[in-house]
Ligand binder design. Structure first.
Ligand code: SF4
Length: 332
């Protein structure tokens, strides 16, 4: 069976005065229908650029996209005309952004913003679209939804604005939802409400979700599979249970160790461990492993040759020389 979404050898470069930044460097992954895939990594690892490339939203110049394929339901998206791609965007693939205050139009009432995709993509009349908009605002649990249609984004709390963004993304009942750090700007209680709302809607609409986040706690709650990105590359892909129980790549291990955990058991309490250093410049050409400057297990070959993404069986892939040098793994 053909994957629902299949990305092969996606590269995105930005031409800057300092040089060419390789924001995404040969990324490949796929998604099945109904699956939630977590795309994780620190800021600057290429997660958002990857998702914007799927939607054809990278401005060119300065951006330049190359891909062997970005197949969505059997169509190669880069081959579509701008009009056909616009139809896919919003109607079949929707996106929720991280910070609703900068994504919602501050000078338009929220009712109009939720109704707009129904008028543009579904050909509904204004009154029909507003009726649906009110239903969706109620669906995402905005209190007194009908009366809120004429409210402006600044009149709502952060959690309410994020619910409006979810309603906007859902009104056309998309097949794929791309959620880019959907809860990062929210406090934990609202975060839990938004995640449970998204899970409920995913089940109800049977859609697939590409969840972009640096928060592994969110991934644990939502995802079936995980793709870990570092400096524009995929470094590990595995089912969510394997990622948490048997992480292989030192970067994945570092992310997990830096994840706060609550425990009442004294011996289980521990200091958070940070991954020392920062993501390397995307302009600098690195010959070896891009994580080698920060990796506690780096050895000679790591700095000399670039590791390939290798299969570990059962749908798992890892990009690390430790896979090929088992004797080195004893220290890990
Ligand atoms: Fe660390 Fe080497 Fe593996 Fe890179 S290839 S993650 S430097 S052990």
């Amino acid at each position: 069976m053909k994957p629902f979404l299949e990305i092969e050898e996606l590269s995105v470069r930005f031409h800057t005065p300092e040089g060419i930044a390789r924001a995404v460097d040969g990324v490949s992954f796929h998604m099945a229908r109904g699956e939630t895939l977590g795309l994780v990594g620190e800021s600057g690892c290429g997660k958002t650029v990857t998702s914007l490339s799927i939607l054809g939203l990278i401005p060119s110049p300065p951006g330049e996209i190359q891909a062997d394929k970005i197949f969505f339901e059997g169509r190669n998206l880069p081959d579509l005309s701008p009009e056909a791609l616009r139809q896919v965007r919003g109607q079949e693939i929707s996106m929720i952004f991280q910070e609703p205050m900068t994504s919602l139009n501050p000078v338009l009432p929220i009712g109009r913003q939720v109704a707009e995709p129904l008028i543009t993509h579904k050909g509904l009349t204004k009154s029909e679209a507003y009726e649906h908009a009110a239903d969706w605002l109620e669906h995402v649990k905005i209190p007194a939804a009908g009366a809120r249609l004429n409210s402006y984004p600044h009149q709502l709390s952060g959690g309410m604005r994020q619910r409006v963004m979810i309603a906007m993304a859902m009104v056309c009942r998309p097949k794929l939802l791309i959620a880019d750090e959907p809860t990062t700007a929210l406090d934990v209680t609202i975060q839990a409400q938004i995640l449970s709302l998204m899970l409920g809607l995913k089940e109800e609409l049977g859609m697939s979700v590409l969840l972009i986040t640096h928060d592994l706690g969110v991934v644990a709650q939502m995802a079936n599979r995980v793709v870990v990105m570092y400096a524009g590359e995929v470094v590990e892909t595995a089912g969510v249970v394997d990622i948490f129980d048997r992480p292989f790549h030192p970067y994945t291990r570092g992310l997990l160790k830096s994840m706060p955990r609550l425990s009442t058991r004294r011996h289980a309490r521990r200091r958070l461990t940070e991954i020392k250093g920062t993501v390397p410049s995307l302009i600098r050409k690195i010959h070896g492993c891009k994580f080698s400057d920060r990796c506690p297990y780096a050895f000679e070959i790591c700095r000399e040759a670039h590791p390939q993404l290798l299969s570990m069986g059962q749908g798992r892939f890892v990009r690390c020389w430790l896979k090929e040098y088992p004797e080195r793994r004893q220290n890990v």
